[in-house]
Unconditional design. Structure first.
Length: 479
């Protein structure tokens, strides 16, 4: 529980952010619940989507959805106790859950995020394949274990004799060429200061253990999982979504670093090769030459959720493993995520974390666990978890929901529903938050299995979540 002064500062910051957002709603679209300006710009600019099969087929231009309601109601939902009247939410949701597009397996949970009270449940504790909604669990665990200010470092270490420099991967898939160039320039400067003009280059990926390839094999949704990679192993200039990937992320990154080091004035002998870096703290002759760090974990979490970034999700799961002193592998990350969520008091019985991204069909989560995760993220006593909410895509506007909530009854959720999508063949899920007409924040999770068509399942899920929104229809008075 934060001290009163911390909470007061957090509240004041929220109010200021809301005042700014409210003024921009008409011109810029939906109020984004405090999402950072830089992340908003990236979400708006990056049209491709991540995850498995999240991107919809090309469609003709459609008019933009109606603007979202003003911000003050949303703020009230975050910090005001619920005061609704008794009602029957089932009367609205049961017919929508019966949509044949959702297939024969479907579960649901709707929770008052302020009180944690379940308002509706259908098989809520049944564990099902969650697809990419598991990223909610991955990011909550990472923020809980590491804190929102954690950054992932990539370093360069010199050998005791100064003849070899080793590029050491810290697990940052967001490392880009600009930062790699800055790292190479700083390395060349440090070498010059030590009187070194020629070196060999090695690369160290020993931070990660176990198999590097995801169990689904080679796939455009994810690169081989490595502690050292440039642009998530993408072979184009894309920022998110599917792309051709390199088979050797670490080798390609080391080669690019060596070229940049040469351009910075240091001669590189031979081709880069794998190697273990000496530890400066243990070897007095070794030296840390340069270092670059990722954006804060809060921003990485938002990017992971907005764009359903599989590479980043796997990286965050391994960062959690390292924080909990588990092997940085698929198995170690799964154990660490489960342990972290259990420590948060969440219902992890029946859950399975085979990966951090949701690409594995062996993953299992319940709707109750997903709404529990979202409720924890909305807890005023846990401000460190708030990026999980601010990173959720906005219906009809950003990330993997940019082209959804655009027709029929689902249109009422545009700008009001924030949710993480999940899509595998035969699996369609949606979990997120919505603010009701009386200003209450609800957390919801709808999971469908054995679906036959994403084009039928996704609109059905959208209608379910939109029904909870003020414009989504006559939702009964909530208890």
């Amino acid at each position: 529980m934060p001290e009163p002064k911390t909470w007061q500062l957090t509240a004041c910051s929220a109010v200021l952010g809301l005042a700014l957002a409210a003024g921009a709603v008409t011109a810029a679209g939906p109020w984004d619940n405090g999402q950072r300006k830089a992340e908003r710009a990236l979400a708006a600019a990056a049209a491709p989507t991540g995850g498995a099969h999240h991107a919809p087929p090309a469609a003709p231009h459609r008019p933009a959805p109606a603007p979202a309601p003003s911000a003050p109601g949303v703020l009230r939902a975050l910090d005001t106790p619920a005061t609704g009247r008794p009602g029957d939410l089932a009367a609205v949701l049961v017919p929508l859950l019966a949509d044949p597009g959702l297939g024969p397996l479907r579960t649901a949970s709707v929770v008052d995020a302020t009180t944690g009270k379940q308002l509706y449940g259908e098989g809520a504790t049944t564990a099902m394949t969650p697809a990419s909604t598991i990223k909610i669990a991955t990011t909550v665990a990472a923020l809980s274990a590491l804190g929102p200010d954690h950054r992932i470092a990539t370093t360069v270490v010199a050998s005791p004799d100064g003849r070899t420099v080793t590029l050491v991967g810290g697990g940052d898939p967001t490392l880009d060429r600009a930062r790699l160039k800055t790292l190479a320039t700083a390395t060349a400067r440090a070498l010059k200061g030590r009187g070194v003009t020629s070196v060999r280059v090695a690369h160290d990926t020993s931070l990660y253990q176990g198999p590097g390839h995801h169990p689904i094999g080679s796939d455009e949704n994810i690169a081989p999982v490595s502690a050292l990679m440039l642009n998530a192993g993408r072979l184009d200039d894309s920022y998110s979504g599917t792309a051709r990937r390199t088979a050797d992320p670490a080798g390609d990154t080391a080669t690019a670093f060596a070229d940049l080091l040469s351009q910075a004035g240091t001669k590189v002998q031979g081709a880069p090769a794998p190697g273990r870096a000496p530890k400066p703290a243990e070897d007095s002759g070794a030296a840390l030459l340069a270092r670059t760090e990722s954006a804060p974990l809060s921003a990485l979490v938002e990017r992971t959720l907005t764009h359903s970034d599989n590479d980043l999700a796997e990286a965050l799961a391994r960062q959690t493993a390292l924080a909990r002193r588990q092997p940085a592998s698929f198995a170690g990350a799964g154990t660490a995520v489960r342990d972290e969520l259990t420590a948060l008091g969440l219902p992890t019985a029946g859950a399975r974390f085979a990966d951090g991204s949701g690409l594995s069909r062996d993953d299992r989560l319940s709707a109750a666990l997903l709404t529990g995760l979202l409720t924890r993220a909305a807890d005023p006593a846990r401000p460190a978890l708030r990026p999980v909410l601010t990173g959720l895509p906005v219906g009809g506007f950003s990330g993997t929901l940019k082209t959804r909530f655009d027709t029929g009854p689902a249109l009422g959720g545009a700008g009001l529903v924030r949710a993480k999508t999940g899509t595998l063949r035969g699996v369609n899920t949606l979990a997120g938050t919505v603010v009701t007409a009386d200003g209450r924040l609800l957390a919801f999770a709808f999971l469908a299995g054995r679906t036959t068509s994403a084009s039928q399942a996704q609109p059905a899920l959208d209608r379910l979540s939109a029904a909870l929104a003020p414009q989504g229809g006559p939702v009964p008075n909530l208890p």
